[in-house]
Design a protein around this ligand. Structure first.
Ligand code: ADP
Ligand code: MG
Ligand code: MG
Length: 248
């Protein structure tokens, strides 16, 4: 589903090469985790995937469902179903959450040449999902994330993810300092979203998150590339032994 081939990436107007010759393949239906030392380039990888300004692929290729991802602008990537979770959730004063989400969903559907979702169907879907996630219905009427608690923001993030029908999810939780409650919310949401048609890349600093989201594969990002890979147990070994063995 996602195939990264010998990717190099730069920041700072090409001055600084962060990723070098990185290759990684994530099939549909699998959840892969990336761990690694601070500053290794984990967030850089997530930004290159979603096409954030300032993070340039200088070599290699990325295929998403057989198409050239690097050729698409960020909106096209979103329309194809690539979703990056927000490490620092966006607050949008003045726009009710539901209005924002319906606009985003229908923009994606339009880009895919699909019919727009009408208000009644959208409301029905949103209400069912809010109940499933144990969200107060009142939250959906408030402006997006404004005045939400940390836990409410996490729940909202999962809610948005589920409403937007992503095909592939990239989560970068590295520096967000999740407490146990927030971690549970994220993990429950991710586990609900696991499906044979969907792939996920979970970037984390905390092995503990992987006790709740048990990944199919765990990779170490060090020295600009995938330096090692293993199964879920491998994450525990990494936590215990650190990354010195992978020092560049
Ligand atoms: P990680 O997420 O693994 O901690 P990052 O991808 O955030 O690592 O950062 C990798 C390296 O790239 C770091 O040395 C960081 O300082 C640098 N870097 C990231 N973004 C920028 C930027 N916009 N401008 C300059 N340097 C950057
Ligand atoms: Mg960091
Ligand atoms: Mg990071």
């Amino acid at each position: 589903m996602l195939k990264i081939n010998n990717l190099s990436a730069t920041v700072d107007d090409g001055q600084k090469t962060i990723l070098k010759d990185l290759s990684l393949e994530i099939p549909a239906g699998e959840v892969h985790a990336i761990m690694g030392p601070n500053g290794a380039g984990k967030s850089t990888l997530s930004y290159v995937l979603t096409g954030r300004d300032g993070y340039e692929a200088s070599d290699g290729s990325i295929e998403f469902e057989g198409e050239d991802l690097l050729d698409m602008d960020p909106e096209e990537r979103a329309a194809k179903g690539l979703f990056l979770s927000f490490q620092y959730p966006l607050e949008i004063p003045g726009v009710p959450t539901m209005t924002f989400l319906k606009t985003a969903l229908n923009a994606q559907r339009k880009a895919r040449g699909e019919e727009e979702m009408k208000a009644p169907e959208f409301l029905k879907k949103a209400k069912a999902l809010a109940a499933e996630l144990k969200m107060k219905p009142e939250m959906l009427k408030r402006p997006l994330n404004v005045g939400f608690s940390g836990g409410e923001k996490k729940r909202m993030e999962i809610f948005q993810m589920m409403m937007l029908e992503p095909r592939f999810i990239v989560m970068d939780e590295t520096d967000s300092g999740l407490d146990v409650d927030a971690m549970r919310i994220v993990a429950d949401g991710v586990n609900k979203l696991r499906s044979k048609d969907r792939g996920m890349l979970v970037i984390t600093h905390y092995q503990r998150l992987l006790d709740y989201i048990v990944p199919d594969k765990v990779h170490v990002l060090a020295g600009g590339k995938i330096a090692d890979s293993g199964d879920a147990e491998f994450a525990k070994k990494l936590e215990a032994e650190g990354y010195d063995a992978y020092a560049a």
